[in-house]
Design a protein around this ligand. Structure first.
Ligand code: F6R
Length: 243
């Protein structure tokens, strides 16, 4: 795993944005795996700036988001679909037909998970997967547990994750209890992975991910087995790593 440490979360975000921009410039048809949450926002802002400057063209890019809450339709302002629309897709020239999401309102969640895996495979797999890191070490919504879940699946969100995400909702009680998420195998299948972690609240998870045991109790630790992963940190998130 390559580890790059930046002074601030904005600098880490700009670096991630530049790496994503590089992948799009190199291959106009590239397939991006994308994350929601606070962490990727500086990267998305930088991508929008590059697009507005005329440096980037997303017309042939395809995207697959990592996860979606169960029970929220795409129009719900708390859905991850709305989040992406507001922070990236609505500001660049990506075609709506090239945007892929797990459908949190699907009647049959298992069938929906299979459909998503097939759609990823039909596109030739994910070229570059962007990830954030949960304060409990989760990636996408693969929560700490006894075993790595391989493929897309439905998950019960931990109380820790619901608490962390409550800031996006009017009240903590509104945070859904379940989500659909890519599995660890889906993520590990990406040709290249960029994981960003910023802020003091991620420092402990970063330490365990980089220096601890590779274990489903800290799902992000599996990324050490991936042949092309880069971890982008700000100095706060890196603060518990020793030399
Ligand atoms: C979001 C996702 C989550 C977040 C993680 C960190 O699509 O998959 O794993 O990346 O919960 O969230 P933030 O960035 O809000 O701290």
């Amino acid at each position: 795993m390559n580890i790059n440490i930046y002074g601030t979360k904005e600098e880490a975000g700009v670096a991630a944005g530049n790496m994503i921009a590089g992948a799009v410039t190199e291959n106009a048809n590239c397939v991006l795996g994308l994350a929601t949450g606070s962490t990727p926002l500086p990267a998305y802002r930088h991508l929008v700036e590059l697009y507005e400057e005329g440096t980037l063209d997303f017309a042939d890019v395809k995207t697959f988001n990592l996860d979606e809450y169960v029970g929220l339709d795409f129009q719900n302002k708390n859905s991850y679909h709305s989040f992406m629309q507001e922070n990236l897709f609505g500001k660049i020239n990506i075609l709506p037909g090239n945007i892929n999401f797990l459908d949190g309102k699907a009647k049959d969640p298992e069938e929906e998970c299979e459909r998503y895996e097939e759609a990823i495979a039909e596109c030739g797999g994910i070229d570059l997967q962007l990830l954030g890191l949960g304060s409990n070490g989760h990636i996408a919504f693969n929560e700490p547990g006894d075993a790595f879940k391989d493929r897309c699946h439905i998950v019960n969100l931990s109380e820790n994750t619901r608490r962390d995400n409550a800031r996006f909702f009017k009240s903590a009680g509104e945070v859904p209890h379940k989500a659909l998420t890519m599995g660890i195998g889906t993520i590990m299948g990406a040709k290249k992975i960029l994981i960003i972690a910023t802020g003091k609240s991620k420092a402990e998870a970063v330490k365990k991910m980089v220096l601890g045991k590779i274990t489903p109790a800290l799902p992000a630790s599996i990324l050490r087995f991936h042949p092309n992963t880069t971890l982008l940190l700000d100095s706060d998130a890196a603060s518990l790593l020793t030399e």
